[in-house]
Design a binder for this molecule. Structure first.
Ligand SMILES: Cc1cc2nc3c(=O)[nH]c(=O)nc-3n(C[C@H](O)[C@H](O)[C@H](O)COP(=O)(O)OP(=O)(O)OC[C@H]3O[C@@H](n4cnc5c(N)ncnc54)[C@H](O)[C@@H]3O)c2cc1C
Length: 426
């Protein structure tokens, strides 16, 4: 049995019953492979629309990135809209731009509709470490406003110092429509909503084979699902065997998170008085927030190719102390690593492997909101309106240069280049 990794989230997960393993042959309209946000969001939209849905999860609901992430509801995509306009043209930008802020709304409405207890707090800060980054944020504000997000506030260094007790930043953009959550509890709450709506969820049920056809036949070690439609939602945890076509176009990357001991409430409040979440603007960014029980949860660092770093404390503690030197000596209670899926364009990849087999993956580190949008779009597609899904599916899904073996060194060289640029502020 594969359980959730040891993390702050697993330790504070809401009480929940495990779902059964698939040990029989069953039929359904839609079989979803993967119990992260992509799979759960899709399944929930589809059961709400009346489809008979089965979710197969290799380990536990939220075992992957969805149960381990920074919990930040970051609007938009990992590539911003001005780059999308430039690269993909006005029509693509119009459609993609009109969806940029839907993911966070979906999460908020689900939390409210299904009374999901996941510590939601509004407001997210993008903090600039140098003037170049601050100018980019000013530009981002203009761009996002053009597409309808008007809940944005620029903070100069002094104003930001009131929101984040760190001297590292020159300014920031505060997105009042962002926010943060306990990610595993969101996933567990969505799974429970699927169950309540009549969907069937199986854990410890890794899919070992998809026999394409209409219907498709999906096999696990002890069972089979005959399905009219299949959604592949394994993202960075899919591996390269089940659907090698997907593996070629993407690269799993590990990123690390720690949670400190609970801080005295007044110390936690002094760090980030309004309890916003924060991410900086570096290519390899730091992200952090205060948890409901007053810990500082701090993430950063990327290991290309999803290997576990030897010592997460040694990797993250210096970053944490650089931001908040006042926490010198703080104890770290939890540390863990998780994998996200990087694409070359840093745009998510949605598409069809066959007429009735769909995939959504590759959110490139900013997937909490976009996975939720993905679920809405696949449900629209199945109900006969593919326009918005296809706005993503049309984007080129480029393979990484050099194939699987050379992916890691080439991407690491690229990251080192951008990190150097971040350091010298150009
Ligand atoms: C440490 C970390 C921090 C992050 N922080 C943020 C953040 O703050 N904000 C943000 O927007 N994004 C963040 N991300 C990215 C975000 O978490 C992901 O983009 C998002 O959760 C991806 O969801 P998913 O459902 O596509 O994939 P996952 O959540 O990885 O789910 C995939 C699931 O598929 C299952 N699976 C795989 N293969 C099979 C199979 N053969 N059969 C059955 N099941 C299978 C896996 O077990 C897994 O549970 C972070 C990612 C990490 C790793």
């Amino acid at each position: 049995m594969t359980e959730h990794v040891k993390s702050y989230y697993a330790a504070t997960a809401n009480a929940h019953q495990p779902y059964p393993q698939l040990n029989e042959s069953i039929e359904c309209d839609v079989c979803v492979i993967g119990g992260g946000y992509t799979g759960l969001s899709s399944a929930l939209f589809l059961v709400e629309a009346g489809y008979d849905v089965v979710v197969l999860e290799a380990a536990r609901i939220g075992f992957g990135a969805s149960g381990r992430n920074g919990g930040q509801l970051v609007n938009s995509y990992s590539r911003d809209i001005d780059v999308i306009e430039e690269r993909y043209g006005a029509e693509s930008a119009r459609l993609l731009g009109s969806m940029m802020f839907e993911g966070a709304e979906i999460i908020r409405s689900r939390i409210s509709r299904y009374a999901i207890d996941c510590d939601y707090r509004p407001g997210g800060i993008f903090a600039a470490l140098n003037n170049k980054q601050f100018h980019a944020l000013i530009e981002q504000k203009r761009n996002w406003e053009r597409y309808g997000n008007t809940q944005l506030e620029l903070l100069d260094a002094d104003r930001l110092r009131q929101e984040v007790a760190s001297d590292r930043y020159v300014g920031a953009l505060l997105d009042h429509s962002g926010g943060h959550i306990h990610p595993l509890n969101l996933a567990l709450g969505e799974a429970e909503a699927i169950r309540l709506q009549g969907g069937r969820i199986f854990e410890q049920s890794a899919v070992t084979n998809i026999r394409h056809g209409e219907p498709a036949l999906i096999s696990t070690a002890n069972g089979q699902v005959k399905a009219r439609f299949v959604i592949v939602a394994g993202n960075a945890y899919l591996g390269d065997k089940l659907e090698p076509r997907l593996a070629k176009r993407s690269m799993p990357c590990g990123t690390q998170v720690v949670a400190t001991e609970p801080l005295a409430p007044e110390i936690a409040q002094a760090l980030i008085p309004q309890n916003y979440c924060v991410e900086d603007c570096n290519y390899l960014l730091d992200y952090y927030r205060i948890t409901a029980d007053h810990r500082l949860l701090y993430g950063g660092g990327v290991v290309y190719g999803a290997r576990d770093p030897d010592d997460i404390d040694n990797l993250i503690r210096p970053k944490l102390l650089k931001t908040f030197p006042q926490l010198k000596g703080v104890r770290i209670d939890y540390r863990w690593t998780g994998n996200f899926l990087l694409t070359l364009s840093r745009m998510p990849q949605f598409g069809r492997l066959e007429n009735n087999v769909y995939y959504m993956q590759g959110y490139s580190g900013h997937g909490v909101t976009c996975t939720h949008l993905a679920g809405k779009l696949i449900a629209e597609l199945m109900r006969g309106d593919a326009e918005r899904f296809d706005a993503f599916a049309k984007l080129p899904h480029l393979p990484f240069f050099g194939g699987r073996n050379l992916q890691i060194p080439f991407t690491a060289i690229g990251a080192a280049y951008y990190t150097l640029r971040d350091r010298i502020g150009v």
